[in-house]
Write a protein that binds this ligand. Structure first.
Ligand code: GDP
Length: 443
């Protein structure tokens, strides 16, 4: 999971601070030194680190922090605020044209995830009720056009292509005429990439820009490349004038440096993050939520949004209420397992819960179809009373349930054990959420 090392270190530093009733300027200085190291190790740009630490320190040694009743929490709040600012403060959206079609030009190096992100972005817009058109302007990379066409087919979004014999500028111009004609209110232009930045590529992109005047130029960069991603962003921005960045592969093992440095170094905000290879794995970027994730406060909002996107709002609200109150029965357990299956790997979801991101045991854990079937069969073989009060399920009940569900007593035992653990976890989450909340309010 992204940010793992950084999150672990920062949380360790905070734990120390929180434990102290009173903190001195020296404690703050020590914590800042550790934070500085942690950020550098996470491959955050050194100048960004220096400025960040200075700002946090200046605020943290202020009277209102050190003299407050919860100085540790206050310092964490300052770090959270400054980290949010570092990543742009608030969410940055795509510029939409006052007169459609909106033209979004996607640029980036080869392998950054440009074509995939074009498809993902088109999908997001389609979900918002728009009529996107994908435009294939990468005429150099073998199979790039085909790749976009396959994505278009999967997403049921039309793809405009003129093969690889035409000039990309002409293709883009023809695509705009086509979009206007066919009532597409948005077009996403997938341009060519190279393995490295070169002048010919930049000239071609400039040429496309001048000719089609995009409303939005988005650079796609791979988070795994760390500071290189930031350097690439700087170069592209200098030549093309970017509007924003899509940071891909944040689901991987990235140390996080790029996410924390891009805005500060280039002045351009991250607008979306790629969280996986699947076409629904593109999320709008919210600096405050990302800061919460990095600081181990969780990202319950994104989790709830994911839940809402996948099933009805009522159920999501109910889930949130139950999570908060730690009221959770086997019936809910079954419900959740089924619903979570549609939301993505459990390990990723857990990363969004406060304090859960670091649980090593959850890494790579996924729910298989077979597990779900068995779980469902077992819970269905229980009486209502048993589902609500599993503690009454004794030996003979276990046998009956195993028989009824076509499973074994061992499997019933395993499920009950898992449920017990899940319940414990829910309680912890509820407690931690309360902790994180009061921390945010500063009380
Ligand atoms: P392009 O050369 O920039 O057009 O790159 P592609 O769109 O072909 O993507 C390169 C590879 O990165 C493909 O295997 C994608 O599936 C993968 N990829 C793209 N975005 C993500 C992401 O957010 N997470 C992960 N794990 N893989 C991604």
């Amino acid at each position: 999971m992204a940010f793992e090392g950084l999150a672990e270190k920062l949380q360790g530093i905070f734990k120390n601070l929180r434990g102290k009733g009173k903190i001195s300027e020296k404690d703050v200085t020590e914590a800042m030194r550790e934070i500085r190291m942690a950020l550098l190790e996470a491959d955050v740009n050194y100048k960004v680190v220096k400025d960040f630490v200075n700002r946090v320190k200046e605020r943290a040694v202020g009277v209102e922090v050190l003299e407050s009743l919860t100085p540790g929490q206050q310092v964490i709040k300052v770090v959270h605020d400054e980290m949010t600012q570092l990543m742009g403060g608030t969410q940055s959206k795509i510029n939409l044209a006052s007169k459609p079609p909106t033209i979004v030009m996607m640029v980036g190096l080869q392998g950054s995830g440009k074509t995939t992100s074009s498809g993902k972005l088109a999908r997001l817009f389609k979900k918002q009720g728009r009529r996107p058109l994908l435009v294939a302007c990468d005429i150099y990379r073998p199979a790039a056009i085909k790749q976009l066409q396959v994505l278009g087919e999967q997403l049921e979004i039309p793809v405009f292509s003129m093969g690889d014999k035409q000039n990309p500028v002409d293709i883009a111009k023809a695509a705009r005429a086509y979009a206007e004609n066919q009532g597409h209110d948005l077009m996403i232009v997938d341009t060519a990439g190279r393995l490295h930045i070169d002048d010919a590529l930049m000239s071609e992109l400039e040429n496309i820009k001048t000719n089609i005047r995009p409303h939005e130029i988005l650079l796609v960069v791979d988070a795994m490349t760390g500071q290189d991603a930031v350097n690439v962003a700087e170069t592209f921005n200098a030549r093309l004038g970017l509007d924003g960045v899509i940071l891909t592969k944040l689901d991987g093992d990235t140390r996080g440096g790029a996410a924390l440095s891009v805005k500060a170094v280039t002045g351009k905000p991250i607008k979306f993050v790629g969280m996986g290879e699947k076409l629904d794995a593109l999320e709008p970027f919210y600096p405050d939520r990302m800061a919460s994730r990095i600081l181990g406060m969780g990202d319950v909002l994104t989790l709830i949004e994911k839940a809402q996107a996948n099933f009805d709002a009522k159920k999501a609200e109910e889930l949130e209420r139950k999570l908060r109150k730690a009221e959770f029965t086997l019936e809910d357990f079954l419900d959740q397992i089924q619903q979570m299956k549609s939301m993505g790997p459990l390990s990723e979801l857990m990363g969004m819960l406060p304090g859960m991101g670091q649980m090593k045991a959850l890494k790579g854990m996924e729910i298989s179809e077979k597990d779900v079937k068995h779980t469902e069969a077992i819970i269905r073989s229980m009486t209502r009373e048993e589902r609500r009060h599993p503690e009454i399920i004794n030996g003979s009940r276990r046998k009956r349930i195993a028989l009824g569900s076509g499973t074994s007593v061992q499997e019933v035992n395993k499920l009950l054990k898992q449920f017990e653990q899940a319940q414990k976890m829910m309680k912890q989450i509820a407690q931690m959420q309360q902790g994180a909340k009061s921390g945010k309010k500063g009380g």
